[in-house]
Design a protein around this ligand. Structure first.
Ligand code: PXG
Length: 291
């Protein structure tokens, strides 16, 4: 496998970063997870834009243009013969001292990995998944804003530990006010009386690219879509529930904290959106081809 490492494609065995990199020492950096489908990098521009906005928010200046970054992603896919797969884009603060000061890190490290994807077990898409709400509160927006896709994912990792300890694969995190924020690595939607609802990002969610795509797909399909503050009560009494994310795509949730959602199987709206999403990914991406 070839890895893009700060300007060059190098062999996996040579793709190494320093132990003094602040990405490692402090989780100081940003990242993106992107899919490639059918020879296209899905919504590449949207992912690159979010990466640069995450970087801006942490005062990290990425040493290449957005266009160069998008090009590097495509080149990395070509170098690895990837037409469908998973791309991880990472920008770290770079090598510095053992102290926190990011201004002593002179050169951010840019890493692009294009590989196969690890998905949820396929049967979960048939049956829907079970989730729990967890005690780990989503980051306060004025601590690390959840809109920043930073390398500091301990908040989500700790929530994921609670999910796994409870015997499920994903969990719902609440914000400091006790309102629904998102899952540990996905956004959440409910359907109630035919209306799709998802928490606004200010409730503590990542501005998910799949979330945004699904909101558009749903509106085009004639569904009413609303950003609404949601309480756990709204989850327990929802007609349908599903999660969206780069890895999960659109996946039904059929139990929350042992309350059955709807009739306990993926709902009709969820199934309809899954079908639309499968078509959407075929035509919304940057072709993986040489310039
Ligand atoms: N919320 C959080 C906290 C995320 O990390 C999403 C929502 C969904 O956003 P997108 O833009 O992907 O629709 C994410 C993204 C993994 C994995 O391996 C998960 C994500 C990204 C990369 C890898 O589980 N989640």
């Amino acid at each position: 496998m070839k890895i893009y490492l700060s300007g060059q494609l190098v062999d996996e065995s040579e793709a190494k970063v320093s132990v003094f990199d602040h990405g490692l020492l402090y989780g100081d950096g940003v990242f993106e997870g992107i899919r490639a489908y059918h020879g296209r990098v899905f919504l590449l521009k949207e992912h690159v834009d979010r990466l640069y906005e995450s970087a801006k928010a942490i005062a990290l200046e990425i040493p290449m243009t957005r266009g160069e970054m998008a090009r590097a992603v495509v080149e990395t896919c070509i170098a690895n013969g990837i037409s469908s797969g998973y791309i991880r884009l990472v920008v770290t603060r770079g090598v510095g001292t053992l102290g926190l000061n990011p201004y002593l890190c002179k050169k951010p490290e840019v890493i692009i990995i294009a590989a196969a994807i690890q998905l949820y077990p396929p049967e979960l898409y048939e049956t829907g998944m079970s989730v729990v709400t967890v005690g780990t509160v989503r980051n306060h927006p004025e601590a690390i804003n959840p809109r920043i896709k930073s390398l500091n994912y301990l908040n989500n990792v700790m929530a994921k530990i609670e999910a796994i300890n409870s015997g499920v694969l994903e969990c719902i995190m609440l914000n400091p006010q006790g309102h629904v924020a998102e899952a540990s690595g996905d956004n959440i939607f409910i359907v109630k009386n035919g209306v799709l609802k998802t928490p606004p990002v200010w409730c503590g969610a990542l501005d998910g690219i799949t979330r945004r795509a699904v909101m558009g797909i749903a509106e085009d399909a004639g569904y009413a879509v609303r950003e609404d503050v949601l309480q756990r009560y709204d989850l327990f009494t929802a007609d349908e529930m599903f999660l969206t994310g780069t890895a999960a795509e659109v996946i039904a949730v059929t139990t929350v904290d042992r309350r059955t959602i709807g009739d306990g199987t993926p709902g009709q709206v969820t199934l309809d959106l899954q079908r639309h999403f499968k078509e959407y990914v075929k035509v919304n991406g940057t072709p993986i081809q040489a310039n």
